[in-house]
Design a protein around this ligand. Structure first.
Ligand code: GLY
Length: 328
C-alpha cells in the first residue's frame, strides 16, 4: 500500500473520524476542577439539596463518587413526602408504584439501570448492583425484582396513605386525565457528582409520571436520556416530560456538545433549543436539564418559564438552591 502522508490522511473520511476520536480524547482529558478544593455536586429540584448534602457527607467520610450519588439519591427515594421518586411516589393507573433508576460511571463507562421495578424503595441501589455485580446493564420488571430480592433488598408496600389517597381521588374524578391522551406530574431526581479531580458519576431515579399506563418507561433509567457521564467530556441529567425528552437522548446530546467545546450552560441551552426548533410541540412541555464538565463548571436550563427548574449545587461546603435559565 502507498505510504499515506498526514495531509492525505486528514483529508480522508477515515482520517476525519480517527482525528475526531483522538481530539475528543486528547482535548478533554479529565481535568481537575479549577476553583474547587473538593467534590462538586449538582442535582435537580430543591429536593436535590439534601441529596447533595448527603453525598458531600459520604465523600467526606471517604466514600466513592458512586457511593455519593447512590446515597444522595437514597435520601430522596426514602422521603415519603416526595411523590415523584421512590417510597411515596405516585402510582400507575392501577395504583401500583413502578420505579425506574440508572447510574453511570464516567470513568469506566459502565451503567446499571432498572426499569419498572416494584416493591423496592431504592431502585438506584439496585441499579448500582446491576452495574457492579453482573455483566448486564439494564434489568426490567419481574427479573429486576427477583434480582433485587436475591441481592437482599426488602420488598415493601411503596404506597403511603397520602399517595393512596391521591390515586383514589384521581380515580374517582370523572374528568381525570389519562395518559392515552395527556400528561401531568413530571419530576425526578437527577444527580451529577465530580470528585474535584475530573471523575464524574451521574444518576437518576423516579417513580415516573403519575397515573401512567403500566409498563411505561420514560427517560430517567435510559442511558443517554436521563443521565450520562464521561470523564473526557462531562455529565448531564434530565428531568421533565420523559416521554418527549427520551426522543432527543438529551443527556448524551449535552455531553457530546460539551465534548465539542461548549460550556455546560451552552450545551444545556443548545440541546433545548434544538428540541424546540425541530419539534415545536416541545416548546410548551416541561423539559429541564443539568450538566457539569470535568473542571466542575455547571449549567442548568429549562425549556420555558412556565415550567421553571430549580436545581441544587454543593461546592466548597456551600449548599444552595438556584434558578435555571429558561431558553424560551
Ligand atoms: N422524567 C421522568 C418521567 O417522565 O418519568
Amino acid at each position: 500500500m502507498d505510504p499515506i502522508d498526514r495531509r492525505r490522511f486528514i483529508a480522508s473520511a477515515a482520517g476525519t473520524a480517527a482525528l475526531s476520536a483522538l481530539d475528543l480524547a486528547q482535548a478533554a482529558e479529565p481535568a481537575q476542577a479549577a476553583a474547587s478544593a473538593g467534590p462538586i455536586l449538582l442535582a435537580t429540584w430543591p429536593h436535590g439539596k439534601p441529596a447533595n448534602e448527603k453525598a458531600a457527607e459520604v465523600m467526606a467520610a471517604g466514600g466513592s463518587l458512586l457511593d455519593a450519588v447512590e446515597k444522595g439519591i437514597n435520601v430522596v427515594e426514602d422521603d415519603p413526602k416526595i411523590q415523584s421518586v421512590g417510597y411515596g411516589g405516585l402510582p400507575n393507573v392501577d395504583g401500583e408504584v413502578e420505579l425506574d433508576a440508572g447510574i453511570m460511571s464516567g470513568t469506566t463507562h459502565r451503567i446499571g439501570a432498572v426499569v419498572n421495578l416494584h416493591q423496592i424503595k431504592n431502585p438506584i441501589s439496585v441499579a448500582r448492583k446491576v452495574m457492579e455485580k453482573t455483566r448486564h446493564s439494564t434489568m426490567a420488571g419481574e427479573g429486576a425484582l427477583r434480582f433485587a430480592l436475591a441481592e437482599g433488598f426488602t420488598p415493601m408496600q411503596l404506597l403511603t396513605p397520602q399517595s393512596l389517597q391521591a390515586w383514589l381521588d384521581w380515580k374517582n374524578d370523572p374528568h381525570h386525565v389519562t395518559y392515552w391522551l395527556d400528561a401531568e406530574h413530571h419530576d425526578t431526581i437527577g444527580m451529577i457528582a465530580n470528585d474535584g479531580r475530573g471523575h464524574l458519576v451521574a444518576g437518576c431515579s423516579t417513580s415516573g409520571i403519575a397515573w401512567k399506563i403500566p409498563g411505561r418507561v420514560a427517560d430517567s433509567p435510559l442511558v443517554g436520556s436521563g443521565y450520562y457521564a464521561d470523564d473526557h467530556a462531562g455529565a448531564a441529567s434530565a428531568t421533565g416530560d420523559g416521554d418527549a425528552m427520551q426522543c432527543y437522548v438529551t443527556s448524551f446530546q449535552i455531553v457530546m456538545l460539551m465534548a465539542q467545546g461548549r460550556t455546560p450552560q451552552q450545551a444545556c441551552e443548545e440541546c433545548l433549543r434544538y428540541m424546540a426548533t425541530t419539534s415545536p410541540a416541545t416548546r410548551t412541555i416541561q423539559a429541564c436539564v443539568i450538566a457539569m464538565n470535568p473542571r466542575g463548571d455547571v449549567g442548568a436550563a429549562s425549556m420555558n418559564a412556565k415550567y421553571p427548574l430549580q436545581y441544587a449545587l454543593w461546592r466548597n461546603g456551600k449548599s444552595e438552591i438556584l434558578d435555571a435559565k429558561p431558553v424560551l
